[in-house]
Write a protein that binds this ligand. Structure first.
Ligand SMILES: Cc1ncc(COP(=O)(O)O)c(C=O)c1O
Length: 402
């Protein structure tokens, strides 16, 4: 089909809830992707953060191909080996011997975490009532379903869909005093992205995550780390919170977990997770054999190719280059990097920069209006990193993407 025919299909049959660029993609390999006309793009934002190993990572492709030919789906009324093995691989990488629940996306993982927190708070409040309130942070992003959306403390996403779920309170990211002031006798949890992603690649100030842990311990509350974007090694540790030596009670995952295949989940301390009993929560496709095979192959690839180490040197390469660039242009205000989570805070609208890069066949993202966000594959080579950074530099120093 011609690109114009594909776009016409969308105009007629697909609800226009996304802003799409007029490019029809058809094939991907590593950090490159091709459109229907054969144009090749370098992708610094593969799959909105799902392509942690780039496009079509060979071991994930093979695992899915083998699994799909053997067994596509069975519900959670039966046992399947791959779900058990995946839970083990995720658990042994925590420091709290976590137990897992599986679903299909980040928002579902966070819904499960919200329910699990409330189930833990049931009957523990004043006069035997429930503790159900959850504190989250401004500029967070936790998902689009009503619970996760209420947890997402960005008013623009709440517009027109209220009333929101009761029981959420919001504090500025990085402000421990503000969190402390919001805690009351009905508060059961604090939920935080260790590194805020969609909110602009915001790094936690020193002592912040440890301080949240301390507050949670003091008030017998749960600490939930939303690692949907930062988890699975993206920052150089399996879970980003491990940079700060904090042990959360619940960790949520999705995006990169399946190397591009849809899968989400949470890992909870066993004594916390046990409140999800039969009948309290479920997901029909959760932990299906294809998703679990893909996730196992993703973990295997990261291990075998030493990508946790690689991602740290990759992050430093980006940091060095963009920090040097900051001195050459007032357009860059700040560079924020944690492994392969890279944010360039601009002094201006980032959309023309994204468009300028697209014209030069580099795919990047702009979030929060003024932050260039890059979530490159962990296995991006130095040459590929430089190729993309040359383009970005040219656009930033040049005609600002015009
Ligand atoms: C930190 C975080 N949590 C949750 C979500 C929601 O994930 P999904 O789009 O898979 O529902 C996202 C998506 O960007 C995210 O970045």
């Amino acid at each position: 089909m011609q690109p114009s025919d594909i776009i016409d299909l969308f105009k007629t049959y697909v609800i226009a809830n996304y802003t799409r660029y007029p490019v029809c993609l058809t094939r991907g390999e590593g950090s490159y992707i091709w459109d229907t006309e054969g144009t090749k793009y370098l992708d610094f934002f593969p799959g909105w953060g799902c392509g942690l190993l780039g496009h079509c990572p060979p071991k994930v492709v093979k695992a899915v191909q083998e699994q799909v030919a053997r067994l596509i789906h069975v519900p959670n009324t039966w046992y399947v080996e791959s779900q058990g093995l995946l839970a083990k691989e995720l658990s042994i990488r925590t420091e709290f011997a976590g137990k897992c629940f599986f679903c299909n996306s980040g928002t579902e993982a966070n819904e499960a975490a919200i329910k699990l927190a409330r189930l833990n708070g049931a009957g523990t409040g004043p006069n035997g009532g429930n503790r159900y309130k959850i504190i989250t942070m401004f500029d967070s992003f936790h998902g689009r379903t009503m619970g996760a959306l209420t947890a997402t403390a960005q008013p623009k996403y709440h517009q027109g869909v209220g009333p929101m779920l009761p029981g959420f309170a919001y504090a500025p990211f990085g402000d421990l005093d503000a969190v402390a002031k919001l805690i009351d006798a009905e508060t059961i949890a604090v939920m935080v992205e260790p590194v805020q992603g969609e909110g602009g690649v915001n790094l936690p100030p020193a002592g912040y995550l440890e301080g949240l842990r301390e507050l949670c311990d003091r008030h017998k509350m749960l600490l939930i780390c939303d690692e949907v974007q930062s988890g699975m090694g993206r920052t150089g540790k399996w879970y980003a919170h491990q940079h700060w030596k904090v042990k959360p009670d619940i960790v949520t995952l999705a995006k990169a977990l399946g190397g591009g295949v849809a899968v989400g989940g949470l890992i909870a301390k066993p004594e916390v997770g046990e409140k999800l009993k039969p009948g309290t929560h479920a997901a029909t496709f959760g932990g299906n054999p294809i998703a679990c095979a893909a996730a196992l192959a993703t973990i295997q690839t990261i291990e075998e190719e030493n990508l946790l180490e690689r991602v740290q040197t990759l992050g430093e390469r980006f940091r060095a280059r963009f920090t040097a660039l900051k001195d050459k242009t007032p357009l860059i205000r700040e560079v924020r990097v944690k492994g392969a989570m890279i944010g360039i805070q601009l002094a201006t609208d980032g959309v023309p920069i994204v468009q300028g890069c697209l014209k030069r066949q580099l795919l990047i993202n702009c979030t929060h209006g003024t932050v260039i966000r890059l979530l490159p594959a962990m296995n991006l080579s130095d040459a590929e990193a430089d190729e993309g950074m040359n383009i970005l530099e040219e656009v930033l120093l040049g005609e600002r993407g015009a």
